[in-house]
Design a protein around this ligand. Structure first.
Ligand SMILES: O=C(O)CCC(=O)C(=O)O
Ligand SMILES: [Fe+2]
Length: 328
């Protein structure tokens, strides 16, 4: 379905503006753009990324996701994830009222390790439906490779700004090392009751998340220092990026992991299926999650500062906000 067919995002709801970062300029080392990225990542922890080169391939990822969820239930249920990866219908086995509202949300979780090792045996031990394997070379591998390249560029900026030894953040997130990084296609059905939560309030547990939409809203963030939830407006060609807890922790809290949630698409958009394509970057499996204070004066200062500020609290690190109801 093309974005043109969709009703516009409503104008009468609270919107959180985000900084727009041009990926091409970041790749060229453009100083002003780099500063903009740093500002976004250390304040709200959310920004739009444009010119990232994923526009076409994301549409193919959505097609792959659509094909997967369109399989007959008796077939796709054989792939219900037996590991954190694979096909998933949230709340499929649940009968109580709270969970049943999630019942028709479907996920296709593709482990980065499975994709990168293709066509060898999948490291996660997960079996995917045949159409997923058919689209590995044409779609999924290029999506994961390009996302990996974008991660490397962005992590390099953070690495420099944090004063870390050259290449350290990239070594901690090396695509060659096994990790829980993954590509996820999410489908939420149309006509969910207005205000219903698709995903409850949470912070992302990994390092970086990239959310590609098909023009439907519903993502909200809790504006820092307030109790106000604001929508993030989906914008064509603009991927919504955010910092997760792992990177926030490694940076001693300098990079900000902000709480967010997903509601049914607002206004007349509610009448359409809501599709998201996410790439979650997570640290390598050997990485110990602790502030890199011994590698950066800036991080040492940030952690020391919060120690002083929070001297009567048990935790010594300026940890990401922990009042989350779920982990993604
Ligand atoms: O589907 C969305 O809009 C975002 C979902 C989300 O927050 C997540 O996948 O972590
Ligand atoms: Fe999230």
């Amino acid at each position: 379905m093309s974005c043109e067919a969709l009703p516009d995002f409503p104008t009468n709801i609270a919107i959180q503006p985000l900084i727009v970062v041009d990926y091409e300029l970041i790749e060229q080392g453009h100083e002003k753009e780099t500063n903009l990225l740093w500002k976004a990542a250390t304040s709200l922890g959310f920004w739009y990324l444009k010119n990232h080169g994923l526009e076409m391939i994301v549409e193919q990822m959505f097609d792959m996701g659509e094909e997967t969820v369109s399989l007959p239930t008796e077939e796709k249920i054989n792939y219900e994830q037996r590991s954190p990866f694979g096909y998933k219908m949230i709340g499929f086995k649940a009968e109580d009222d709270v969970i049943s509202q999630f019942q028709k949300i479907e996920l296709v979780n593709l482990a980065k390790d499975d994709v990168m090792s293709w066509p060898k045996q999948v490291p996660s031990g997960c079996a995917y439906p045949p159409n997923v394997y058919e689209q590995m070379d044409s779609t999924i591998l290029p999506f994961v490779r390009r996302s990996t390249r974008i991660n490397e560029t962005i992590l390099n900026v953070f690495n420099t700004k944090l004063g870390l030894p050259k290449g350290l953040l990239n070594r901690l997130h090396s695509a060659e090392e096994p990790s829980a990084s993954e590509a996820r296609t999410i489908k939420a059905p149309k006509n969910l009751p207005a205000g219903k939560q698709v995903f409850g309030a949470h912070t992302d547990s990994g390092s970086l998340s990239y959310l590609h939409t098909r023009g439907l809203g519903g993502l909200q963030i809790l504006s820092p220092g307030t109790d106000e939830w604001r929508y993030i407006k989906p914008m064509t060609g603009h991927t919504i990026c955010n910092i997760g807890d792992a990177l926030s922790l490694l940076s001693g809290g300098i990079l900000h992991s902000n709480i967010h949630r997903v509601l049914a698409a607002p206004g007349s958009q509610v009448g359409y299926e809501r599709w998201s394509q996410v790439y979650y970057l997570r640290p390598g499996e050997s990485v110990v999650l602790r502030p890199l204070s011994d590698k950066s004066m800036l991080i040492a200062d940030a952690v020391g500062g919060s120690e002083k500020l929070e001297s009567n609290k048990a935790t010594k690190i300026k940890a990401p906000r922990t009042f989350k109801s779920m982990k993604v």
